[in-house]
Design a protein around this ligand. Structure first.
Ligand code: PSU
Ligand code: MN
Length: 304
């Protein structure tokens, strides 16, 4: 019923029992401008190969669920206009109607689990938006982490979100939030933040062990690994705070709601930082891809 298409390299990795790392596609279509989006996507895939695993970028194309994209598919998705942004609520409808859409963290987790891939690297997850007490804008990514067994490596949560509320919701939902190699919950563009992460682990093997232990306990849901941006690539919080406030004010003025909020804020911050936000974003996604590749390889060791 579901038309699952594996890329040639994902098919080969599956046959050989090699480690695979899932990658989302909304970051390509809605998170970064063309042509950098395609360059970054290809670079991140290569980082995963260099780190000893196989990348599987996920998207829905003409009603087929693609796990792993060929280079030409990545190119056309990166250039396409008006691609749907798919989350848990709309992924099945897109598949059923022959549509094309990019997968968010939530939809990528669903697809990864369907294809038996347990580790996924991205930049930032969606979370509780500022003002959620009136807008109720809470990303479906948080609920997905509570029910789908995929370990997601991200650089913490962006300051476009209400980060303390995001951590509260994750705790309520029973999602392990693991800072990698430090006590603080990293703040996407900055490695440090005043918030401490609920859990800390210092190596990929422990993270893999925790993932396997949750499965052994019969617990649904994944883990959020919060991997700090490399020190040299950070943007100081003082510099970004006024920019984020300005972006948020613009979003409010223009009445942006629902699915439009996150892409709008990311684009405004890109413009207001004259591209610096993108440079940092690229560095942290690549860093997350490398850690995810190690976790995926450790998981293979546990299961073999
Ligand atoms: N945060 C980022 N970059 C992104 C996204 C979030 O720093 O590209 C994307 C991811 O695909 C994430 C989605 O799953 O936005 C969340 O959207 P929403 O807030 O509408 O749930
Ligand atoms: Mn939302």
């Amino acid at each position: 019923m579901i038309d699952l298409v594996l890329s040639s390299e994902v098919r080969a990795a599956k046959d050989a029992g090699h480690a695979i790392v899932a990658l989302e596609s909304t970051i390509i279509t809605h998170g970064m401008p063309y042509p950098q989006n395609v360059e970054v996507a290809a670079q991140v895939e290569q980082d995963i190969r260099d780190a000893g695993a196989t990348p599987a970028t996920i998207a829905v194309i003409n009603g087929k669920l693609h796990v792993g994209l060929e280079a030409d598919q990545l190119q056309s998705l990166g250039q396409a206009k008006g691609v749907a942004k798919l989350s848990r609520a709309d992924m099945a409808a897109c598949l059923a109607t022959g549509g094309t859409g990019a997968t968010t963290v939530a939809a990528t987790m669903i697809a990864a689990q369907y294809a038996a891939i347990e580790v996924f690297a991205t930049g930032g997850i969606g979370g509780v938006h500022k003002g959620a007490e009136t807008t109720f804008d809470i990303s479906a990514d948080l609920h997905e982490l509570a029910q789908t067994r995929v370990t997601v490596v991200a650089a913490g949560a962006k300051a476009i979100l209400d980060v303390p509320k995001t951590l509260e919701v994750l705790e309520t939902l029973g999602v392990p939030v693991i800072a990698y190699g430090q006590d603080a919950f990293p703040a996407f563009w900055s490695a440090q933040s005043p918030l401490s992460a609920p859990l800390r682990m210092d190596d990929a093997a422990q993270i893999a062990q925790a993932h396997a232990t949750r499965s052994a306990l019969g617990l649904p849901g994944g883990q959020l690994v919060a991997n700090p941006i490399p020190a040299g690539d950070q943007i100081p919080a003082e510099e970004l705070t006024p920019i984020i406030e300005a972006a948020q004010a613009d979003a409010d003025t223009h009445g942006i709601t629902g699915k439009g909020v996150t892409p709008y804020l990311l684009q405004r911050i890109f413009e207001l930082t004259e591209g610096r936000s993108l440079t940092a974003n690229i560095a942290l996604v690549r860093n997350n891809a490398r850690l995810a590749a190690s976790i995926a390889q450790e998981l293979i060791k546990i299961s073999s």
